[in-house]
Structures are given as C-alpha cells and as structure tokens.
Design a protein around this ligand. Structure first.
Ligand code: FES
Length: 104
C-alpha cells in the first residue's frame, strides 16, 4: 500500500508498505527517521505517529497497553498512535501519517 509520511521536519515522503507488515516497519524500511527502539514490542513509544483523520476509522482501536505506552510519549494528540501496532491492510491504501516530535 502507498503511504504518505510527513517527517518531523515537514518533509513529505511517499513510501510503499507491505501488506501484513506494521506501519513502523514500513517507515523504517524506507529509511525515514524513526527510532522504534523496542522493535515493535510496545515498550518504547518512539514509533509515535499522528494518523490523518480520514483514516482513523480504518484502524482498530488502541489496546490498553498501547494507550498506556502512549501516555509516556511526548505531544500526545487525539490522533496519536504507535505505528508498530498498525498493521497494513488494503483499506489503508493512501494512508497519511505524520511522525511525532521526539521519535527521531
Ligand atoms: S516500536 Fe516500540 S512501541 Fe512501537
């Protein structure tokens, strides 16, 4: 799926993500600046992204653990999510996200 990623400095990147992979893996694969320190174990919150409003409904609700981890991230907003918890699926074609501050 195609994903539009805005980085922490405002640069816009069109990347390609593999179905079944996580959004975090797609961002890292594209060499965009994201720490994702724990490698997707839901233990770091350095994969924090803001999800474009249009796609919020297409992504399952955050688990309690994800919400707890997000509490430790900086600059949380209503559309904050941890990208390692977002699995790429066909409905997310054209997904747009912004990398949150402090994740690079
Ligand atoms: S990569 Fe650590 S919480 Fe997502």
């Amino acid at each position: 799926v195609k994903i539009k990623v805005t980085d922490q400095k405002g640069g816009v990147h069109e990347i390609e993500g593999t179905l079944g992979w996580s959004l975090m893996e797609a961002v890292r694969q594209a060499n965009l600046p994201m720490n994702a320190e724990c490698g997707g174990c839901l233990a770091c919150a350095t994969c924090h992204v803001y999800v474009d409003e249009a796609f919020r409904g297409a992504i399952p609700e955050a688990s309690e653990l994800e919400i707890a981890m997000l509490d430790m991230a900086f600059d949380i907003q209503d559309n904050s999510r941890l990208s390692c918890q977002i699995t790429l699926k066909p409905e997310l074609e054209g997904l747009a996200v912004t990398l949150a501050p402090g994740t690079d």
